[in-house]
Design a protein around this ligand. Structure first.
Ligand SMILES: *[C@@H]1O[C@H](CO)[C@@H](O)[C@H](O)[C@H]1NC(C)=O
Ligand SMILES: *[C@@H]1O[C@H](CO)[C@@H](O)[C@H](O)[C@H]1NC(C)=O
Ligand SMILES: *[C@@H]1O[C@H](CO)[C@@H](O)[C@H](O)[C@H]1NC(C)=O
Length: 331
């Protein structure tokens, strides 16, 4: 038998890693495989393996975005928005014909191991100078209108994607950053109609159903737009947080916040997941609610759609089990 050099051994070890990372991987196995877990090297399959330890039914495969074959996604085809796309198939087909792209782009999709960070909008991000640490991640996810310009030192400057729903989308065209994907998350059927108007640059009509004013124009090419897989809303609500099913329809307190939806997406599509800017400290009512405005924490309202306390329990569970890393320790 020919003698295998050290290079070959390394290669074999490397290739063995993903295959061994089944749902049965335990923390002890992970420690064995990766040695010092505090090292800054991306660990393939790490978040999913940790997630499986606390949610044994968790299965990693679930595409980030809808593509032309979206109708094959059985779990979302039988639910209405926001938990699925039932009744919206035709409009989604039309939108996807124009967007033509269904991934993150060659550079990021080609990475063997992806480290992702979800940047929440919490005031807890202010004055912590985490910008360069955030920019070090392969994928930086931002939510709704959270600005980058002028806040780089604290929140970073890189944006791989910005996930939004119509009422949360940036309204001033000049505030959109270049080189980021506009990722659309629908919460109601009307939202898809809005997206179609944005994609095809049509005049915005029929805005009565929105709960606040919405962007009238999104300065992005259709090829820079994506539709987030609604499975992440469904799974976060019913499998993870344990919100009321309500026959699969939107109801009181059964909609997860966009931040938790983004984390759920990352657990399926990233090898390591970090968050920053999540969580509110209710003991400091005068602290800012968001890092970019002066509205105070005390302004937070009881929500009809979300169940913030139940959601927080879920996020704490993820942090405690080392599924996600919380850079700002707010969860
Ligand atoms: C693990 O890494 C940390 C940070 O680099 C270091 O302080 C620690 O000594 C290492 N532990 C072992 C057992 O190598
Ligand atoms: C951050 O620092 C600025 C300038 O020192 C200060 O005005 C602001 O209140 C600080 N914000 C928080 C949330 O501490
Ligand atoms: C949140 O969940 C808890 C526990 O299930 C429940 O008691 C509470 O009423 C829920 N809140 C909302 C706003 O639905």
């Amino acid at each position: 038998m020919p003698h295998a050099g050290p290079g070959l051994h390394l290669l074999l070890l490397w290739e063995a890693t993903p295959a061994r990372m089944g749902p049965e991987a335990t923390s002890a196995e992970l420690a064995y495989k990766y040695g010092n877990l505090s090292e800054g090297v991306c660990k393939p399959g790490y978040a999913a393996a940790k997630m499986t330890a606390i949610y044994p039914k968790f299965m990693k495969p679930a595409p980030m975005f809808l593509d032309r074959n979206f109708k094959r996604l059985a779990k979302v085809s039988s639910y209405l928005p926001p938990f699925g796309f039932k009744t919206q198939e035709t409009i989604i087909d039309i939108i996807l014909t124009a967007t033509k792209n269904y991934g993150l782009g060659q550079d990021v999709d080609g990475l063997i191991c992806k480290r992702c960070i979800i940047v929440g909008n919490g005031g807890i991000l202010a004055n912590k100078s985490l910008g360069s640490r955030i920019d070090d991640y392969d994928i930086v996810v931002r939510l709704n209108e959270a600005p980058v310009t002028g806040f780089g030192k604290d929140v970073g400057t890189k944006t791989t994607m910005r996930i939004t729903y119509p009422e949360g989308a940036i309204q001033k065209p000049e505030r959109y950053e270049k080189d980021s994907l506009f990722v659309f998350s629908a919460f109601k059927p009307l939202d898809f109609k809005w997206l179609r108007q944005m994609v095809f640059r049509e005049k915005l009509r029929g805005t009565e159903g929105f709960w606040k004013s919405v962007a009238r124009y999104v300065p992005k090419e259709p090829t820079e737009m994506r539709i987030l897989n609604p499975y992440f809303i469904q799974e976060a609500a019913f499998q993870f947080i344990g919100l009321p099913l309500n026959n699969g329809l939107m109801g009181k307190g059964n909609i997860p916040t966009l931040g938790t939806v983004a984390i759920t997406m990352a657990l399926h599509n990233c090898d390591e997941v970090a968050v920053a800017g999540f969580g509110y400290d209710m003991n400091t009512p005068h602290a800012p609610l968001h890092y970019y405005e002066t509205v105070k924490m005390s302004a937070i309202k009881e929500s009809w759609t979300h169940n913030i306390s139940k959601e927080k329990e879920f996020l704490r569970k993820l942090v405690k089990a080392n599924v996600i890393t919380d850079l700002t320790n707010g969860i």
